[in-house]
Ligand binder design. Structure first.
Ligand SMILES: CC(=O)N[C@@H](CCC[C@H](N)C(=O)O)C(=O)O
Length: 371
């Protein structure tokens, strides 16, 4: 398989969570082209579970790749840039899928001792595919014993990987706050309760929950990535909306922050004459790596001539955390050396990392089966 052309074909057709119809089709075409009688494919919504039977199976090891894109207009001038306006593989899931396909091809050509299950998972960016997959009969029937996954790291050089035991990615919750109050003519503010002013005041003040209500020794982030209000330039806004995310290193701190936001909102409703509705969207459990797997992985990486770097905890979220809550395993960062970072409209990972990703994942599978 030509990893570059597969990655570029996937890059052209990014689709949002649970809408990955063309992506699933392209994955199926690639898998069909390499399929043998050892391979069993199960469709789940827009995702896939692909099992390759082992030669002398004693356990089942799963490898997971997420498959959805982000709602971003791509701003690269790549020949293979997104053909879907308003959608982009800006979090590297095109890389994740391509590496999984490359490893699948290797496992089919050179079968390993144990069963290997490839999970092509929809909706990592939201609303989350991992938790519902774990509840399906199809996944449970695969009897997975161990699991691992990777995420591209734009800030790391190609040939370097990074992870750590324990917490790698934060606990997360989305946050949607709607404001409703009395709008009116731009010239008569005293007759209205301006929701643009209310939402912006709320946004500035709610940051104090992180600085004053959470333990400074623990990590916490409250980010509002989107703010909208009103209808036109000369009407005082009747509605406003803040869209954001809460991130914490301690899973319990997410609830503390939510409780504080709600208390602040109740007082704010009175002082700003408005109604506030809060919705938390999807929530992800932190990614906690099993120390035994990380130690084994470090040996695999170093004995293969690649560079291993101890990672720091990151406030990124990943619903892979749900897999690791249910099963032993780990996640690691794969260096792809891009000037622009994750979720940037100009993200441009270096494709020479694809073959390295395939090699490291395949070697890790081998080592997991012999250690
Ligand atoms: C690796 C990565 O960037 N993941 C996303 C996950 C988003 C989860 C959810 N939509 C949220 O915003 O809380 C991230 O933004 O960290």
């Amino acid at each position: 398989m030509d990893l570059h052309s597969v990655r570029q074909a996937l890059h052209k057709i990014p689709e949002l969570g649970f809408k990955e119809v063309k992506t699933q089709q392209l994955l199926l075409e690639q898998i069909d082209a390499m399929k043998t009688e050892r391979v069993q494919v199960t469709k789940w919504k827009t995702g896939l579970f692909v099992k390759v039977t082992g030669t002398d199976p004693q356990k089942t090891v799963a490898y997971r790749a997420d498959i959805d894109g982000l709602p971003i207009d791509e701003q690269t001038d790549l020949a293979f840039k997104s053909t879907h306006p308003g959608a982009m593989h800006a979090c590297g899931h095109d890389f994740h899928m391509t590496i999984a396909l490359g490893v699948l091809e290797k496992v089919i050509k050179a079968p390993l001792r144990d069963h290997v299950v490839f999970i092509f998972q929809p909706a990592e960016e939201g609303p989350g595919g991992a938790e519902p997959i774990l509840a399906t009969q199809e996944f449970q029937a695969l009897k997975v014993d161990e699991i691992f996954s990777l995420h591209i790291a734009p800030e790391l050089p190609v040939g370097t990987v990074s992870t750590k035991p324990g917490l790698l990615f934060a606990n997360t919750s989305e946050l949607f706050i709607d404001f409703k109050g009395k709008g009116g003519h731009a010239a008569y503010p005293h007759l209205t309760h301006d929701m643009a002013v209310a939402a912006s005041t709320f946004l500035v003040n709610v940051q104090q929950i992180v600085s004053r209500r959470t333990n400074p020794i623990e990590g916490a982030v409250l980010t509002v990535g989107k703010m909208s209000a009103g209808t036109v330039q000369n009407i005082i806004a009747e509605t406003a909306r803040l869209e954001g995310t809460i991130r914490t290193t301690d899973p319990k701190a997410i609830q503390t922050i939510k409780t504080e936001i709600e208390a602040f909102a109740r007082a704010f409703e009175i002082s700003h004459h408005c109604e506030i509705t809060i919705d938390y969207g999807s929530n992800y459990y932190g990614v906690y790596n099993d120390e035994r797997f990380v130690n084994l992985f470090k040996n695999t990486v170093e004995s293969s001539g690649y560079t291993y770097r101890e990672a720091q905890e990151a406030m990124t979220g990943e619903d892979f955390g749900y897999f690791l809550k249910a099963l032993p395993g780990f996640m690691f960062w794969l260096g792809v050396d891009s000037t622009f970072g994750l979720h940037h409209a100009k993200l441009n990972p270096n494709e020479s990392a694809l073959a390295i990703g395939v090699d490291i994942v395949y070697r890790t599978l081998q080592d997991l089966m012999t250690n």
